[in-house]
Design a protein around this ligand. Structure first.
Ligand SMILES: [Zn+2]
Length: 427
């Protein structure tokens, strides 16, 4: 879809250097005639109108009830469906280039945030590996000329062998302005040792002294119970060792903590043992670099993964994880869509759509999955000004050709993506 620009604006703009960034989003634009799924519990609204003024949503309502401000640019989206921009509550941004880590810089951050944006993922909560350049991009994004995905940052994953070291690491991230404190509680299938419990308690204590929430990478149900009792604020992966029990469900709900399944993280550990189904999906192929595809197709590489015991253990863990998503969702736990994309071969943008599909395969309804990736995710990452299509929120939205409430796969029918009312280039 092309942005509609009035003749007068073009004439005026032609007189000014850099006029598109000055005028890209001045005044009001209105999306007219779409079905609107707003990211809240509300039923989809048919034949709706969304008005965005200076980057923020001004009005949402049925066509018959909305009066457009004078001079509004109208975009006809009849027959289409609008959802809020998707939020990935657990990603990593800026480090990977091709299939290689260690490339953290502003250019790579911007490239990846633009990639997420073209796929309709308009916010990424980066849970670790964040350096100064990521913090700078976070600080500069609350502006009406934004065209790439928003990022929240956690700084470095906290490690330390004693209490002083752990508290100091939390303070370093807090001093930089982190949104979350991230910690790993995992023995990597029995191959490493976990952070001792007394240090985890000190970490949570120090984070809360600094008024920051703690996001926990974990694998085992017992660890989930421990960190919840210690005051953790966000479960950043699925429990994958056993079926979740009533004690855990009650703990999560009593403490009002969100749970991020990251099912596609598990997929990435084994799926390249043979040719993945998505290597035939145009929605994947439109962004992937051919060299990466060629590497992942190497028979020697595939056979190494096939013979990897950890890959096969994670494959089994995925079954447990999916069953647990269904159980937790049925029991009212707040599930936030998150993928752990960013590391090599966890494809940013595409995997978020696969995650939504897998959440539905785990037992969630399409509308619940969409809420998990919009309104609920925003609440889970403490981002009050995005996530739903309501007045006052940033104008971050995705126009879809088909209705995702009918079939979650329709989130892939992206017509256009808008951030702060600006059309994301490249779709
Ligand atoms: Zn992660």
């Amino acid at each position: 879809m092309k942005k509609i620009i009035s003749v007068g604006l073009v004439l005026l703009g032609g007189l000014l250097l850099h006029w598109p960034s000055v005028f890209a989003n001045e005044g009001s634009i209105a999306f007219v005639g779409a079905r609107i799924i707003d990211g809240t519990d509300a039923a989809p609204l048919e034949d709706g109108v969304i008005v965005i003024t200076d980057g923020r949503i001004r009005t949402v309502g049925p066509r018959s009830a909305v009066t457009l401000p004078a001079g509004t640019q109208q975009i006809d989206v009849s027959g289409k469906t609008i959802i809020p921009g998707l939020i990935n509550a657990h990603g990593h941004v800026g480090g990977t280039l091709g299939l290689e880590g260690g490339h953290y810089n502003t250019e790579n951050l911007e490239r990846q945030l633009s990639l997420y944006a073209r796929y309709g993922v308009t916010t990424v909560n980066s849970l670790g590996g964040d350096e100064a350049q990521g913090f700078q991009l976070r600080d500069s994004q609350y502006s009406a000329d934004l065209e790439r995905a928003r990022i929240l940052v956690s700084g470095s994953v906290v490690v330390g062998n004693n209490e002083a070291a752990v508290r100091s690491a939390v303070n370093s991230n807090a001093d930089m302005g982190a949104n979350f404190i991230k910690v790993r509680v995992d023995d990597n299938l029995g191959n490493t040792s976990k952070m001792p419990q007394n240090l985890l308690e000190a970490l949570v204590d120090q984070a809360h002294i600094r008024r920051l929430p703690v996001a926990v990478h974990l694998f085992y149900q017992d660890d989930a119970k421990f960190v919840l009792n210690a005051g953790a604020d966000l479960i950043a992966h699925s429990v994958r060792d056993e079926a979740v029990d009533q004690q855990l469900i009650s703990l999560i709900n009593d403490k009002d903590v969100c749970y991020i399944p990251t099912l596609t993280r598990e997929v990435s550990t084994f799926v390249y043992e043979s040719e993945p189904f998505f290597f035939a999906d145009p929605f994947f192929l439109k962004e992937v670099e051919p060299a990466i595809l060629a590497t992942l197709r190497e028979p020697e590489r595939q056979s190494r993964m096939r013979n990897s015991s950890s890959a096969q253990q994670y494959k089994a863990a995925l079954e447990v994880a999916m069953a647990n998503v269904g159980t937790l969702s049925n029991n009212g736990v707040k599930i936030a869509m998150g993928t752990d994309t960013g590391p090599a071969a966890r494809f940013q943008g595409y995997f978020e759509h696969m995650e939504l599909q897998m959440m539905v395969d785990s037992g969630m309804s399409p509308l619940d999955a969409i809420r998990s990736a919009t309104g609920v995710a925003a609440e889970c990452i403490n981002a009050g000004d995005i996530g739903t299509l309501e007045p006052g929120k940033w104008g971050d939205l995705v126009v879809l050709n088909e209705n995702p409430a009918d079939n979650i796969e329709n989130t892939k029918t992206v017509d256009s993506v808008w951030i702060a009312g600006n059309e994301v280039p490249g779709n």
